[in-house]
Design a protein around this ligand. Structure first.
Ligand code: ASP
Length: 340
């Protein structure tokens, strides 16, 4: 048994060692003063409409956490988009949804493989606020949602998803497709189509400088039953450290998970990189790991620093992100990319 004196001596030494470590020091810093500059950024062109939903909250001085929930709910509501119940199903023909949310205090919640619930992001928030857990999956997540009053929707594909699924059934081959944004049609099969992403990730900073993030997806279309990607995983699809910044991902989830993507981007910002440089360094890491196979996938990151700078970077051409703030109103920015 250590004596009290020894314990004090050893804990003092431990604290001194901790204080010497730059990462712990950075963690204990108060949030940088960015009050008065609310902003929201989100992935893909569907981010434009979603940002407006978030801006309604931010522009009234509301909380970033409320903004990132309200914002992606706009996309979850849309039947014309591959996010939410209008999204592409798994290879059994069932739509399964994943989502997560994180605030400025390391509070986070997540749901995965959730069926027949329209707003997985709101269920993720309830997990965060009303359970002792961070993540609920499958049947348990659905039971929790229903107990919380979320209506159970019909098990039915949207007309677009049904068409895409029928097309896919002709070959029934799962092959990752490179997510791109262009002609406005959805992924219809193994060779991929245009505008074939399945996710929206959103990061916001409110007037008090608080950061929060959300991410919601139907996952890769025609995935194996039970497959989860990065989007519901705190640290992969989304990470927020209010003293440093926030980051989120979209694209091939397996390759985001491999490098704990969003967390990696935030840690790179902690080391002094700008949001864009941090996103680029994480993309370079993915490319190094994938080698020749990097050309077959898409991975994209967006980030905001605690000081209010934003940035993004993608592996391939075709990734855009939407920005909304008081100065520039709405803009869609084509992200730079690695593979030229
Ligand atoms: N990251 C998502 C997943 O792997 C897909 C996407 O971003 O489109 O499930």
């Amino acid at each position: 048994m250590p004596t009290r004196r020894k314990f004090i001596a050893s804990s003092a030494a431990g604290l001194a060692a901790l204080a010497a470590s730059p990462s712990v020091e950075a963690l204990s810093l108060p949030p940088a003063p960015v009050a008065g500059k609310p902003q929201v950024i989100s992935t893909w062109d569907t981010g434009l409409a979603a940002n407006l939903g978030a801006w309604k909250v931010l522009s009234k001085g509301g909380r970033a956490l409320d903004a990132v929930e309200a914002g992606v709910m706009v996309t979850e509501d849309s039947q014309n988009c591959c996010v939410g119940l209008g999204g592409n199903p798994d290879r059994e023909g069932i739509v399964t949804l994943d989502a997560c949310i994180m605030d400025d205090q390391f509070n986070c919640g997540s749901v995965a493989a959730l069926e027949r619930i329209k707003h997985p992001i709101s269920v993720a928030r309830r997990v965060m606020e009303r359970t002792p857990h961070v993540m609920l999956v499958g049947e348990g997540a659905q039971q929790f949602a229903v107990a919380q009053g979320f209506p159970l929707e019909a098990q039915k594909l949207s007309p677009d998803a049904e068409k895409a699924y029928k097309e896919w059934l002709k070959t029934s081959q799962y092959k990752p497709v490179v997510n791109i944004e262009n002609s406005g049609t959805r992924n219809t099969g193994p060779v991929g189509g245009a505008n074939n992403h399945d996710t929206i990730a959103m990061l916001a900073q409110d007037v008090q400088g608080r950061l929060s993030g959300s991410c919601t997806t139907s996952g890769m279309g025609f995935k194996m039953r039970g497959r989860l990607g990065d989007s519901p995983l705190i640290g992969s699809g989304l990470f927020v450290d209010n003293a440093v910044g926030a980051a989120a991902a979209t694209g091939q989830g397996e390759d985001v998970i491999r490098i704990a993507g969003a967390h990696t981007v935030v840690e790179l910002m902690r080391q002094g990189m700008s949001p864009k440089a941090a996103c680029k360094a994480a993309i370079e890491r993915v490319a190094r790991i994938k080698g020749d196979k990097a050309k077959d996938i898409q991975v994209c990151f967006i980030a905001i620093s605690a000081q209010g700078q934003h940035g993004a970077f993608a592996l391939q051409k075709g990734f855009s992100y939407a920005v909304c703030d008081a100065q520039n109103q709405q803009q869609l920015i084509q992200a730079e990319y690695l593979l030229k």
